[in-house]
Design a protein around this ligand. Structure first.
Ligand SMILES: Nc1nc2c(c(=O)[nH]1)N[C@H]1C(S)=C(S)[C@@H](COP(=O)(O)OP(=O)(O)OC[C@H]3O[C@@H](n4cnc5c(=O)[nH]c(N)nc54)[C@H](O)[C@@H]3O)O[C@H]1N2
Ligand SMILES: Nc1nc2c(c(=O)[nH]1)N[C@H]1C(S)=C(S)[C@@H](COP(=O)(O)OP(=O)(O)OC[C@H]3O[C@@H](n4cnc5c(=O)[nH]c(N)nc54)[C@H](O)[C@@H]3O)O[C@H]1N2
Ligand SMILES: [Mo]
Length: 749
């Protein structure tokens, strides 16, 4: 059976309904989002976007849509949107700007960047971005086209997704996700697919976060088809409340938990001997290592009773097939790489690799490289590649992702070591208010820059504090684009004219690329570029949208048996040994422990008992909420109404112990600083743990310094150091220590 036909035959890509025109599209940033939901964009006779609905024919979301898409007209037409390019008129932080033309903006950027290139080398300009959006290829292509090897983000340990990607690429040669039938246009009805008997949702709340191209409601769809559920989370999430087993883990101990499961699985012989024998490397060494983490001990470490851990491990291992949907919490601990490795070992030793209802490997659909790899890093000369920041300290960066290491970039910005950094291109990131650890340090680093460009749909605290040029980007109804992550590829169809002079990130990358290095962008415009990405589909952008706007490549299970997994066309996995390396040769060659291990967070009840006396509460942060994407959407009234203020979840017993009550403003303090939050008293959280919102600022407050939109008092990341794991990946954003007390009268809300 082939999927290789256009799907959506019933509806055209555009039609009229009464006075309204309906344009089918696939949602992607801006505003921020990881998904590619099918949407129907309704415009009136004046060409105004009036309503957004889920596309019922799109297999990805099947008509469902989240509140942020429903509120899209409010985002697109918000009066604070950036409407034209601007250059700084006063000092940085004064919020004084002068309107300029795109020509002037481009000319200035080219003159400055080329000047630094001449004097200090192209590597003196870094190109950083926020989380995965419709800008990733643009950022990479600009960076490498310009000639710099330094494309990255501003997150300590690049502690989002990248640790999981790095860990999986190094040990399995591919990225794997839970199979909820998402590769098949017929979805749950496709006869090749079977639901998992058991799904483990680990450090992830997909119902709200829909992260990394995984639509959270698929888990519910699978439960309705019989999947049992295990949830590993310190909070009783909506899914945890419906789980067969909920493991209320102490934040930062996921590696200990996974090793404890492995201890049970290996000792009780619950692993798949045949798969282990044929397709994995290093099982015996893994078993030796796992024996150092007996479940009885790990129960104490993780704060979860031994019987519960054993029950979960047995339920998972005895379920065939079984899958793990894991999330950010695995990345957001310092030693995240071995944590990810331990979780990977769970589905590997139980033989749940690339089978229906198990963990499926992922590919770019039709080879459509929307990440820009075809004219990317590989085109740089070797001596430039060798100057990529962080490569010497973190050799694992050579395996897979060609990114510069974020903590090392910040160090280089501050110290000129290993060489001076002069300029930053910051695309789709509110680094200071959201992504970066220790924002005071990050601000110092930015202040040493001679030239900073931000491109965004709104003006952010980061832009006000750091930028010399502000460029306006577009929301997705205002632009053509492509959405292609793993399972399918779809058109983003422009439904309205841009509200100002904004340009899509794709257009900017091409126009600026022409000025930096025409060879790197051999197209006249964005649609021509999209056509080139779509070559493997044998359709143009226009043809694809006429055909329904979504294409699914054919999917095959067990590709490792069919010589479809390795780059060299041999059978097996795309690793040096051709097997899944439970004991990793890539880690070993990078000077890292080749086996999974658990290390306490830098600050924890067990690693720093004295500090724990002073700061007796375990602190996690950033569990996603419905109405905002990180620091975005705070200015959108209908979404802000869902969460008007930054909250912290505190158990009622804990409230009582520290003399605070629901609705009180409190300080959350550690030895680095303190931040304000409003108490949400709730029993969903362990009394020994609190969970604080991240990414807060007040767009309605004064932009100029020192206020920076009221950011400093509520910027959670003042409590987090730049402190990555040994591999360069992972940081403790979700496992800290703190104390809490009421904000005094006169200290404001
Ligand atoms: N304490 C704590 N901190 C965290 C986290 C946590 O859990 N706890 N989570 C972290 C994680 S996982 C991540 S990925 C980072 C995210 O960090 P960021 O990605 O920096 O976060 P955002 O606030 O979404 O900032 C993105 C900016 O991009 C703009 N934007 C949106 N769409 C587009 C577009 O298409 N083009 C352009 N040019 N701009 C656009 C938005 O207006 C916004 O200003 O935050 C991290 N910070
Ligand atoms: N609405 C919305 N959606 C988003 C985002 C957003 O800001 N808003 N951000 C996007 C981005 S960039 C990302 S990376 C994803 C993240 O999305 P997810 O991977 O789902 O991560 P979180 O929501 O941060 O946290 C998930 C769960 O981890 C739990 N948790 C906290 N600490 C620990 C721990 O130490 N161990 C374990 N096992 N669990 C822990 C929290 O209680 C929470 O329920 O979401 C994406 N989607
Ligand atoms: Mo993220």
């Amino acid at each position: 059976m082939s999927n290789d036909t256009p799907l959506q035959k019933k509806l055209p890509w555009r039609w009229t309904e009464g006075d309204l025109t309906v344009t089918r599209s696939n949602a992607w940033s801006g505003p921020g989002c990881h998904e590619g939901c099918g949407v129907l964009l309704y415009t009136d006779s004046a060409g105004t976007l009036v309503k957004v609905e889920g596309d019922p024919e799109n297999p990805f979301n099947q008509g469902r849509l989240c509140v942020r898409c429903l509120a899209l007209p409010e985002v697109t037409y918000h009066p604070d949107r950036l409407l034209f390019p601007q250059k700084r008129a006063g000092e940085r932080g004064e919020d004084k700007w002068e309107r300029i033309s795109w020509e002037e903006a481009y000319d200035t950027i080219v003159e400055k960047f080329n000047g630094y290139k001449e004097e200090f080398g192209a590597e003196s300009v870094v190109f950083c971005q926020g989380t995965g959006r419709d800008v990733t290829w643009a950022n990479g292509r600009l960076c490498y086209g310009f000639g710099s090897p330094n494309s990255s983000d501003f997150q300590s340990g690049m502690a989002c997704y990248l640790p999981r990607l790095a860990s999986l690429y190094a040990t399995t040669g591919n990225f794997l996700v839970a199979d909820c039938s998402q590769y098949f246009p017929a979805r749950y009805d496709d006869p090749r697919w079977t639901p998992s008997e058991c799904i483990v949702v680990w450090g992830c709340n997909p119902i709200i976060s829909n992260a990394d191209g995984f639509f959270g409601h698929w888990v519910v769809d699978c439960m309705q088809r019989g999947s049992k559920l295990i949830v590993v989370d310190p909070r009783l999430t909506w899914l945890a409340a419906k789980a067969d087993i909920w493991l209320q883990i102490r934040p930062g101990t996921d590696a200990a938990m996974a090793l404890a499961w492995l201890d049970v699985i290996i000792r009780e012989g619950l692993y798949d001997e045949d798969f282990v024998e044929k397709w994995t490397l290093g099982f015996d060494r893994l078993a030796e290592r796992v024996a150092e983490y007996p479940v009885a001990e790990m129960a104490k470490v993780t704060w979860v009773p031994q019987e519960k851990i054993e029950a979960a491990a047995r339920m998972f291992a005895k379920s065939k097939p079984a899958a793990v949907q894991w999330g950010l919490a695995i990345d957001m601990t310092k030693e995240s790489l071995p944590a990810g490795q331990a979780v990977t070992a769970l589905w590997t030793v139980t033989g749940n690799v690339d089978i229906p209802g198990g963990m499926i490997t992922t590919f770019l659909p039709y080879g459509a490289d929307i990440w820009g790899g075809d004219w990317g890093y590989s085109h740089l000369p070797k001596e430039t590649k060798d100057r990529r920041i962080g490569l010497d300290k973190y050799p694992l960066l050579r395996w897979g992702l060609p990114l510069a290491q974020a903590d090392e970039i910040v160090e280089a910005m501050l110290t000129d070591d290993p060489y001076p950094i002069k300029a930053v291109w910051l695309q789709a990131s509110n680094a200071l208010a959201c992504m970066g650890a220790d924002p005071e340090k990050l601000l110092k680093a930015f202040r040493r820059m001679e030239f900073v460009v931000t491109i965004d749909i709104f003006k952010t605290p980061t832009a006000v504090a750091c930028a010399d040029i502000l460029l306006p980007a577009l929301t997705f109804p205002e632009k053509d684009g492509l959405r292609a992550v793993w399972y399918h590829i779809g058109n983003i169809n422009k439904a309205i004219e841009p509200v100002g002079e904004g340009k899509s990130d794709a257009t900017v990358a091409i126009e600026l690329g022409h000025r930096f290095n025409p060879d790197s962008v051999p197209w006249t415009g964005a649609v021509e570029y999209f056509d080139s990405v779509l070559e493997g589909t044998e359709m143009t952008f226009e043809e694809m949208r006429e055909a329904g706007g979504v294409l699914y490549p054919d999917y095959e299970y067990k590709k490792y048996e069919k010589a479809l997994e390795r780059a060299d066309g041999e059978i097996g996995f795309n690793t040096p040994s051709g097997r899944i390396e439970l004991c990793s040769s890539a880690y070993e060659r990078s000077g890292l422990d080749p086996l999974p291990y658990f290390e306490e967070p830098t600050e924890s009840p067990l690693s720093t008992p004295d500090l724990y006396k002073e700061y007796p509460i375990v602190l996690t942060s950033g569990a996603r909420t419905w109405g905002s994407f990180h620091s975005e959407h705070r200015q959108i009234p209908i979404l802000r109404a869902m969460r008007p203020e930054p909250l912290v979840e505190v158990h009622p017993e804990t409230c009582e112990r520290y003399g605070v009550a629901d609705g009180d403003w409190i300080w959350i303090e550690n030895h680095r600083g303190r931040v304000k939050r409003k108490v949400h008293a709730t029993q969903i959280i362990d009394p020994r743990v609190i969970n604080a919102d991240h990414g807060w600022w007040y767009p309605e407050q004064e932009a100029a310094e020192p206020s920076l939109y009221g950011m400093w008092d509520v910027n959670f990341n003042k409590l987090i150091p730049w402190d990555p794991g040994r591999s360069g990946f992972g940081a403790n954003y979700k496992s800290l220590l703190c104390k809490i007390y009421k904000v005094a009268d006169g200290e404001g809300a």
